[in-house]
Ligand binder design. Structure first.
Ligand code: MZP
Length: 511
């Protein structure tokens, strides 16, 4: 007969944290959000740590090159998706590893004979107010000048005028020459009171742009994830089908972490793949496994040959319909609590600490806080990052509001790449486990993360915790009644307006 466990499958929104003593000398600035990502052997330090407890999901609509760079610069880690041919994933990893902080390839460019109307449209769609003008309109064409939204007046100038009539021509532009250091570039921006510095090669072709805002951003967020060679860190997702070809190439390209992308990691396929990677690449390579939702799944994955971190979660993702389609999964809070308890027992018994990642279904900042308090070392999110400027999908205007497409890895759309990949074309997808959706555009990754992490730090102060380990130790949670959920917001008042920047509704929270 089937076993029915006594536990009800619960989600994060059913819990609240009870405040503990806040000490006088405690402020958000003293809170350390560093978190281990690799297993910690007895009396040793972790081989790999995150500077903030956040990673981006192994998804096509999330973890592309720009997002990986932006997230590593903020102290987190992206897992470049594996639902693409090996070559293109390797190329993405290479691009992140070779990214020269501060020098960016211009994403919006135009030509001198483009109309103001067209360049205005480009500025609106891209959100970029400074656009380089090159002879062929590419990011590496011969540089002719710069046009910004200050160079013309939408209601005064004839929008059929050409960019060339309004741009600042090269002779009047302050620019740097290829080979210039970032410090020298920033000094030029400072000295000439400019926001953007084009960098040109000896032939006058545009090579990159340096922005004042990136300098400010860097000073404000000095938590960049850098490897020993001062390159940005990046993770790479792998599957259990082509790992023998994919993993060696990803490691050669410099991937810092290998992360299995599977809704169900409690499988002999995954164990076989982990064993193969350990045997061929040794104990140093950082491997994440999962997903699992039970202590039993944890026991299976952490045994020989040893995994670094484990992802917890099945069916909770915002675009996931696995529970409806197959009847498998578990409420994220119940899954996490079960696995945390087993992880802690394992630690007491063996002295090995296995970091846990709570993956999927985080509908707002509060739920991130609860996941960390319940014992997750870090969280993995898809929708959160899909909504940022840096996610790889194009912005789309719907009824005057900007959105971005976001789809699950279990959709036909995501899985279609296999049709172009010889090795996998025989696998047929009988049903979908994910949906294809839109999410509202909320701004740049750094802005959104800043608010989220401030809230995390602030709650940690409420609990008197200075580190995530302290937070887990001191967390006392209570279950909430359905009525408490209803009354959790404002009560019995009529709201005229409220600054809703980046709050639950902006996340498109449905729950
Ligand atoms: P969320 O942050 O959007 O709620 O969830 C992201 C997580 O959903 C991913 O990290 C992955 O574990 C899971 N996911 C991705 N695709 C699907 C699907 O198509 C899915 N069902 O469940």
């Amino acid at each position: 007969m089937a076993t029915i466990i006594s536990d009800t499958s619960r989600t994060f929104s059913e819990y609240l944290l009870i405040p503990r003593l806040t000490r006088k000398n405690q402020g958000t600035e003293s809170v350390d959000l560093r978190s281990p990502l690799s297993a910690i052997e007895p009396n040793q330090l972790p081989r790999f740590s995150l500077n903030i407890p956040v990673v981006s999901a192994c998804m096509q609509s999330v973890s592309g090159t720009s997002l990986s760079i932006a997230l590593a610069r903020q102290g987190g880690l992206s897992m470049v998706f594996c639902s693409q041919p090996i070559d293109s994933q390797v190329e993405m990893v290479r691009m992140v590893k070779s990214h020269k902080a501060g020098f960016v390839t211009s994403a919006s460019n135009t030509t001198a004979d483009t109309s103001l109307a067209d360049v205005m449209q480009l500025m609106r769609e891209s959100g970029h107010s400074t656009v380089p003008v090159t002879d062929d309109g590419t990011a590496t064409g011969k540089f002719l000048g710069l046009i910004t939204d200050q160079d013309f007046w939408e209601f005064e100038d004839d929008l059929e005028n050409k960019v060339g009539e309004h741009m600042t021509p090269i002779d009047n532009v302050i620019y740097g020459v290829d080979g210039i250091s970032l410090r020298e570039a920033n000094n030029l921006l400072h000295k000439h009171k400019k926001d953007c510095l084009p960098v040109l090669d000896a032939a006058g072709n545009l090579t990159s742009l340096v922005f004042k805002k990136d300098y400010v951003d860097h000073r404000r967020h000095p938590l960049e994830m850098l490897d020993d060679s001062k390159r940005l860190c990046v993770g790479a997702a792998v599957n259990t089908h082509d790992y023998k070809e994919r993993v060696p190439e990803l490691i050669a390209a410099g991937a810092d972490v290998i992360c299995f992308d599977s809704s169900d990691g409690f499988t002999e396929y995954q164990m076989e793949a982990i064993t193969w990677i350990r045997t061929n690449f040794g104990p140093e390579i950082v491997i994440g496994g999962g997903n699992i939702v039970s202590a039993e799944g944890f026991d299976f994955l952490v045994g020989d040959p040893g995994i670094d971190f484990v992802k917890v979660g099945m069916g909770g993702g915002s675009i996931c319909i696995t529970r409806e389609q197959k009847g498998v999964g578990r409420g994220q809070a119940s899954a996490l609590l079960d696995v945390v308890q087993r992880r802690d027992e394992y630690f007491s018994k063996t002295g090995r600490y296995i970091p846990l990642c709570s993956d999927g279904g985080l509908a707002n900042d509060t739920q991130i806080v609860i996941a960390l308090a319940m014992g997750a070392d870090f969280v993995m999110m898809g929708r959160y990052f899909a909504m940022t400027e840096e996610s790889p999908t194009p912005k789309t205007s719907i009824d005057g509001q900007m959105y971005k497409p976001y789809w699950g890895e279990g959709t036909h759309r995501a899985q279609n790449w296999q049709r172009y990949d010889d090795g996998m074309s025989s696998r047929k997808m009988m049903f979908e486990e994910g949906i294809d959706a839109y999410v509202p555009l909320v701004g740049s990754l750094s802005e959104v993360l800043e608010t989220t992490l401030y809230k995390v730090r602030s709650t940690m102060v409420n609990l008197g915790a200075n580190s995530l380990a302290d937070f887990r130790e001191s967390a006392v949670l209570t279950r909430v009644s359905e009525q408490s959920v209803v009354e959790a917001g404002t009560s019995s008042v009529f709201q005229f307006s409220r600054n809703r920047e980046f709050d639950d509704s902006d996340w498109g929270n449905t729950g």
